[in-house]
Design a protein around this ligand. Structure first.
Ligand SMILES: NC(=O)c1ccc[n+]([C@@H]2O[C@H](COP(=O)([O-])OP(=O)(O)OC[C@H]3O[C@@H](n4cnc5c(N)ncnc54)[C@H](O)[C@@H]3O)[C@@H](O)[C@H]2O)c1
Length: 264
């Protein structure tokens, strides 16, 4: 247990699974009080219980709460902020993590899927930043961490919708960072760009024999990410240790985006 986030209040979206669950736990281990939100409320509640069991305290009051929240619904953001403020009294950290993935090239991606990915992976981040800024200002400042992907930096013909949404998150992050800096709000905003992480989201790529080995070989460092590879940078960006970082892209891809893969 640490105290790098002592006295901070965090909201993590998609906290019921994968990276969001791991980030919520890691932030709590560093002293933050955590509102974990998810469209799957039971999963968010399980994460809140895990935090309470590990850190001590009770769910629903001093360390962790779960909020039923569809990040693509503008009205739901106001309710999530209100619940967090009511329970913990403010907000200092927002991790815009909830997301979905769909494979598809230009010919196979339907417009419905394209719009769905924009709504859940990009528009939600706009809504989250917009909802958090006034609450963070009232709370004395804060740090927003937007979970993009290496797919938001590198082109890929098979992730047309996902990559476009994640590239939008990269750009939006810089706009939020500069807007808050220009206005002197004391709010930083950075994006995180992982390669594949071992979470339920990538199970769709792992059905064939040897699929994980193939993914591992694509990465110059020889393996895909574990959630902790990503939550350590998230904690750093959330904390005051990164006080001079805003609008930055933190790439966690084992060298993939350097452009040369020594293993394939
Ligand atoms: N797993 C990877 O390889 C990988 C790589 C790079 C970036 N990412 C990004 O990391 C983030 C987390 O992904 P993960 O791998 O943990 O996925 P995951 O599927 O394990 O978890 C995603 C969580 O988001 C929730 N969610 C989905 N739609 C939602 C909505 N509309 N509102 C609220 N919650 C919703 C789900 O219920 C789930 O709990 C995503 O933004 C993803 O794009 C993942």
């Amino acid at each position: 247990m640490g105290n790098r986030l002592k006295d901070k209040i965090a909201l993590v979206t998609g906290a019921g699974s994968g990276l969001g669950r791991a980030a919520a736990l890691h932030l709590a281990r560093e002293g933050a009080r955590v509102a974990g939100t998810d469209i799957d409320k039971a999963a968010a509640e399980a994460t809140a219980r895990e935090i309470a069991e590990e850190i001590g305290g009770e769910t629903g009051n001093d360390r962790a709460i779960a909020i039923d929240h569809d990040v693509a619904d503008p009205g739901a953001w106001a309710a999530a902020m209100e619940a967090t403020q009511k329970t913990f009294g403010g907000l200092h950290i927002l991790i815009n993590n909830a997301g979905i993935s769909r494979h598809g090239d230009m010919e196979s991606t339907t417009y419905e899927d394209f719009q769905l990915l924009m709504d859940i992976d990009l528009n939600s981040v706009f809504l989250g930043c917009q909802a958090a800024i006034p609450v963070m200002r009232e709370s004395g400042g804060g740090s927003i961490v937007n979970i993009s992907s290496v797919a938001g930096i590198m082109g890929n013909p098979n992730t047309v919708a996902y990559g476009t949404a994640k590239a939008g998150v990269r750009y939006l992050t810089k706009c939020v960072a500069l807007d808050c800096a220009q206005k002197g709000y004391g709010i930083r905003c950075n994006s995180v760009h992982p390669t594949y992480i071992r979470t339920p989201l990538i199970e769709q790529f792992l059905h064939e024999d040897g699929a994980l080995d193939r993914l591992n070989r694509m990465i110059p460092l020889g393996r895909i990410c574990e959630t902790e590879d990503v939550t350590h940078p998230i904690v750093f960006l959330a904390s005051d240790e990164s006080a001079m970082m805003t609008g930055a892209e933190v790439v966690i891809d084992g060298g993939l985006s350097c452009g040369y893969s020594p293993r394939v």
